[in-house]
Design a protein around this ligand. Structure first.
Ligand code: MLT
Length: 407
């Protein structure tokens, strides 16, 4: 008899963004004339810029000629992209990351979800609250969560992110082994200072813990004093893995390309307390379960690091940041406290009311989609997240509708 993985029975309803998509579909079906504006899931709307499209086309053309055709590529990614990342994202900031420490993949969601399988099921896991649901759900699936009671998984350690700590939690007093951090944060849009990240690195070093640092939104940082990478913190390479993505940086949500950095120094421990190189384990996992991102997509991603590509990509991010500023300022003018929206495409709005009810109100009365804060965890209650990923005219139209409903 084939038995189910009983841990799946512990998952809460469906994946957050699937639940929201279903609600939108139901509303649209019963209101066929409604023109819904989506500021919910963080999905980009601006087209790939010209130099990236040109590189993509060139890659496809190469695949169409016998002399330049490529079959299976290296699972870890082509050298040209790993080198461009090491130089463009790290060495340019004074961080010495080697191309061999960079693993190309098809998404940070997959990588942040899959990475936990390298660790013991007894690992004590710390997750932010509110949190990107993938970190929690994949640990539930793996059996690390314990039962659900009183609105929380009993074996997870929740790092509460509230207005009291500026939405940046400090390391716990308890001992944890695996720590998920995301800055600029999804969903709150909060950023962490160098001092705050130093506290986490020093906690991880002291407890031989590991930080899984999700930096998918680093390209939105505009303040010079905010670190873009956890490796800008001394000593982080031994205790941190970093996830990045081209999705929000370069408009690749539909194109699919991301990467994970696992420094050679980064360690995990066996039963006897001996150090093992995490990079070797991830390499083993990656080569076994993944066959690489397609060649044209990697060529397109590499174009992000050319002078023209980086200028174009920066222009698109500036556009979304301007949307974010407009959203933040309008919500503040309506009397709502906000975090994020600067150095981040997300605006975390304090509504003080039931967040699903607020979501329903904006959907039914303004035909605007946001994300209810409670979907990200108990500390998200009383908040909604508004995403800046849309065209300017739609953002402005959404804000006018919201103002009419709430104003
Ligand atoms: C979000 O809206 O939180 C993100 O788009 C989800 C994701 O990147 O998977």
């Amino acid at each position: 008899m084939i038995r189910v993985n009983e841990h799946y029975g512990l998952l809460r309803s469906s994946y957050l963004f699937s639940t929201i998509a279903k609600k939108i579909d139901e509303f649209q079906a019963s209101h066929p004339g409604a023109h819904i504006i989506r500021l919910g899931i963080g999905d980009v709307t601006r087209a790939l810029p010209p130099s990236i499209v040109a590189a993509f086309h060139h890659g496809v053309d190469e695949m169409g000629r016998d002399e330049s055709f490529r079959g299976y590529g290296p699972e870890q990614g082509y050298g040209f992209l790993r080198e461009a990342i090491a130089a463009g994202d790290y060495r340019s900031r004074g961080v010495d990351i080697e191309p061999e420490e960079v693993f190309i993949s098809d998404g940070a969601k997959c990588d942040t979800g899959n990475f936990q399988e390298l660790f013991s099921t007894t690992a004590r896991v710390a997750v932010p609250d509110p949190v990107y649901p993938v970190y929690v759900d994949t640990n539930v699936m793996a059996g690390r969560s314990g039962p659900w009671a009183d609105g929380r998984y009993q074996r997870l350690h929740y790092l509460q992110s509230t207005s009291a700590n500026g939405y940046v939690p400090a390391p716990p007093t308890e001992e944890v082994d695996l720590i998920y951090l995301c800055f600029p944060n999804n969903p709150t849009g909060a950023t962490a200072t160098r001092d705050q990240l130093e506290a986490w690195v020093s906690y991880a070093r002291e407890h031989r813990a590991l930080i899984l640092f999700d930096a998918a939104y680093e390209a939105f940082i505009r303040n010079d004093d905010i670190p873009h990478s956890i490796y800008e913190i001394a000593g982080a390479k031994e205790v941190a893995v970093e996830f990045r993505s081209f999705s929000k940086t370069a408009g690749f949500t539909g194109t699919r390309c991301a990467f994970t950095v696992v420094p050679r120094e980064c360690a995990v421990y066996n039963e006897a307390g001996q150090k093992l190189a995490l990079r070797d384990l991830w390499n083993r996992r990656h080569t076994t379960k993944f066959n690489g991102v397609s060649y044209p997509v990697q060529r397109a991603a590499a174009a992000v690091y050319t002078p023209e590509g980086s200028r174009e990509v920066r222009g698109i991010i500036d556009y979304y940041l301007e949307n974010a500023r407009l959203i933040r300022e309008r919500m503040q003018s309506l009397g709502y406290g906000c975090v994020g929206g600067y150095n981040s495409p997300y605006i975390w709005v304090e509504t003080g009311t039931d967040s699903w009810a607020f979501f329903d109100r904006l959907l039914t009365e303004a035909q605007v989609v946001c994300t209810p804060g409670a979907g990200f965890g108990p500390c998200g209650e009383g908040h909604i997240r508004i995403s800046a990923f849309n065209h300017r005219d739609r953002v402005l139209e959404a804000l006018d509708r919201i103002s009419r409903v709430l104003g």
